[in-house]
Design a protein around this ligand. Sequence first.
Ligand SMILES: CCCCCCCCCCCC(=O)SCCNC(=O)CCNC(=O)[C@H](O)C(C)(C)COP(=O)(O)OP(=O)(O)OC[C@H]1O[C@@H](n2cnc3c(N)ncnc32)[C@H](O)[C@@H]1OP(=O)(O)O
Length: 206
Amino acid sequence: MHNTNSDASDEHRQVLKKLSGHLRNIIEQSIVLNAPDKVITDINKQLATIETIMQPYVTDKRALEYYNPNVRGDLNDIQPYSAVSGHYNALAAPIKFEQQQDKLIGRVKYGRAYEGPPNCVHGAIIAGVYDQLMAIAGMATGKAGPTAYLNIDYHKPTPLFEALEFQAWISLERDNKIIVKGQCLVQGEVVTSSEALFIVKALLNK
Ligand SMILES: CCCCCCCCCCCC(=O)SCCNC(=O)CCNC(=O)[C@H](O)C(C)(C)COP(=O)(O)OP(=O)(O)OC[C@H]1O[C@@H](n2cnc3c(N)ncnc32)[C@H](O)[C@@H]1OP(=O)(O)O
């Protein structure tokens, strides 16, 4: 179930990614859907058909890696099914990770499905981005482990539909502890900032 390798072809990865894209769009559309009952009933029938088509192929093994620390290229593919950043998980917004010098950057725009306060991103979603981004930033040390604490200062509301730039960088690495700091900018202004402690676990270093 938690495979660290996969023999999936590039073509297979592409069709799976496209599937997540469709599902993501459906989730977003469903939040602001104002259709007649008849239309929604028809949609429900078609979705039930899709579930039936998928069911025979649902196994106890993912097609792609659960975790791939040696990924080349797309940093999001370290955890392709991550609930926060996986391009193969429709629950995750299409956040894009990239390394810039000593900072790991996550760029994303959130829609209605991620709303907390009116027209703003839910605080729990923001916490999720920090947890994932900072965990991956910490992996640059060659070590990894679970989050012991994650502190967030919400300085200003984080708007929906605007380009967000999350940043994370290693603040301290000592023995089995990695402290990572982060911030999120909207049009150059810091709206949230964060600090997390990760405890290195041997199990994760394989
Ligand atoms: C397959 C690969 C997939 C890899 C895939 C990667 C996925 C990334 C996903 C994002 C990350 C997550 O969501 S992780 C999920 C959220 N986190 C969790 O569920 C973690 C649950 N908590 C735990 O399992 C545990 O509490 C640990 C592992 C964090 C720590 O337990 P431990 O290993 O027994 O260590 P322990 O001796 O208690 O502490 C070690 C040192 O850290 C300090 N310490 C511990 N906690 C804290 C704390 N909150 N604040 C300050 N300091 C702390 C201790 O004082 C000690 O210092 P000293 O005495 O040594 O000085």
